[in-house]
Design a protein around this ligand. Structure first.
Ligand SMILES: Nc1ncnc2c1ncn2[C@@H]1O[C@H](COP(=O)(O)OP(=O)(O)OP(=O)(O)O)[C@@H](O)[C@H]1O
Ligand SMILES: [Mg+2]
Length: 398
């Protein structure tokens, strides 16, 4: 967005960065221009130029005057990290770090070019400053530098930052619903290697009662496709300051674009965007429109997986075609498949289990509701199976 805004000669552009140290280098690489520091007192800025200015805390700039000066000079001013994005600024979101620049940085650390490129895989979305910190921390801990090491460090320090967290995709047994398994197989190559953006899968809505494996499905897809999984915590980014939540969400979406290929999990969307709750602050509706815009327009390989317990409460536009490829219903398992499921969970343990065991376990599992045919959540089936194993004297090895 920043590059486009500069090309379009927008007079006053607001950006945010977490790396002021390397900002000018990033700007140079991004625009192939030589940006100059802006002097707010200069009566007549140089024509046809690119300026930048780091917004001092608490400063009140005569924005409209500056804007007019820029228009007259046909120049652009980039305001870096303003406290609030207000008129007449154009909001270009977060400054992306060009891959080429990160690669140059890594080449200074490891001489081998191929190794530098490999390490870069673990640094998607990082600023140069963050990359430098990750390299130092990882080397200090491991006495060596590997992609796994970098990802591990990264997870431990980025945890809880701004509502975007990378989550661990390791999980035990997961038996995917057939529709999901088919979809994963069919879409895999379009996601990872597809050349035509129109055919790259964009997302899924997973609808169903608690414990039916919706969140686990996101981990499963990430694991099957070998890409990282990020959790976007929209509710958690809601902030008491006007404008802050919206900015946070924009930053997180820009960050995801930069981390492609990856999966973005937005859990329990009905808790955030619920058609029946009247959020009068406007924050939620602004965030919803930002998300809708991004879901439809993003050209990055970011697969969005949203989960909900109540799709009927969601605004329809959130999951219409073009934003989401498919709604998958996670309804739990009816009796026969539930028994197969319990048998598979038992298989994961040593020892022989009879059909009697499966029947006995089934007796203690609570169905999701008493509507017939009875269905059971995989979470409840798993929990009762574990409980049975612990109770059974011949298997009670801790
Ligand atoms: N298809 C499955 N195969 C194996 N285990 C499963 C499956 N589905 C669910 N489980 C078990 O149930 C647990 C809960 O699943 P998960 O957290 O994905 O449910 P959920 O649908 O996201 O529920 P909620 O709506 O409450 O968030 C998992 O940790 C796993 O043990
Ligand atoms: Mg869940």
């Amino acid at each position: 967005m920043l590059k486009l805004a500069i090309e379009a000669q927008i007079p006053l552009i607001a950006v945010h960065t977490r790396d002021l140290v390397n900002f000018v280098d990033v700007l140079k690489t991004l625009t192939k221009k030589a940006p100059m520091v802006f002097d707010p007192n200069s009566p007549k800025p140089k024509p046809d130029s690119l300026f930048y200015f780091v917004h001092p805390a608490g400063a009140q700039l005569p924005l409209v005057k500056i804007y007019e000066k820029m228009v007259a000079a046909e120049s652009t001013l980039i305001l870096v990290n303003p406290e609030r994005v207000v008129e007449p600024m154009f909001n270009a979101g977060e400054v992306p770090v060009p891959r080429a620049l990160l690669l140059d940085f890594m080449k200074q650390i490891v001489i081998d070019e191929a190794q530098a490129a490999t390490l870069l895989q673990g640094l998607g979305g990082c600023t140069i400053k963050e990359a430098a910190e990750l390299v130092r921390l990882t080397t200090a801990r491991d006495n060596s530098l590997t992609v796994q090491g970098i990802m591990e460090t990264r997870k431990s320090i980025f945890q809880g930052m701004n509502g975007l967290t990378q989550i661990d995709i390791k999980q035990g047994f997961y038996d995917p619903p057939k529709e999901l398994a088919d979809w994963i197989g069919k879409e895999r190559d379009f996601f990872l290697h597809g050349k035509d953006p129109r055919l790259v899968p964009r997302g899924l809505l997973m609808d169903g009662p608690p414990g039916t494996g919706k969140t686990a499905a996101a981990k499963y897809v990430a694991e099957q496709w070998g890409v990282p999984l990020y959790r976007v915590d929209i509710a958690g980014t809601k902030n008491k300051y006007v404008g802050e939540s919206e900015q946070n969400l924009l930053n997180n979406l820009a960050r995801l674009d930069h981390e492609e290929p990856c999966i973005a999990l937005i859990d329990e969307v009905e808790k955030i965007f619920n058609t029946s709750n009247n959020d009068t602050s406007g924050t939620t509706s602004t965030m919803l429109s930002q998300l809708l815009w991004w879901l439809a327009e993003h050209r990055s390989r970011v697969l969005v997986m949203m989960t909900t317990n109540a799709a009927s409460k969601l605004p329809k536009e959130l999951y219409r075609e073009g934003r989401i490829d498919k709604t998958l219903v996670f309804a739990g398992l009816e009796n026969a498949p539930a028994m197969d499921f319990v048998a598979k969970v038992l298989d994961g343990f040593h020892g022989k289990f009879s059909e009697v065991a499966v029947k006995e376990i089934m007796k203690s599992v609570q169905p999701i509701s008493d509507v017939s045919p009875l269905t059971y959540s995989q979470a409840a089936l798993t929990a009762e199976t574990y409980a049975w194993i612990k109770k059974s004297p011949m298997n009670a090895k801790p």
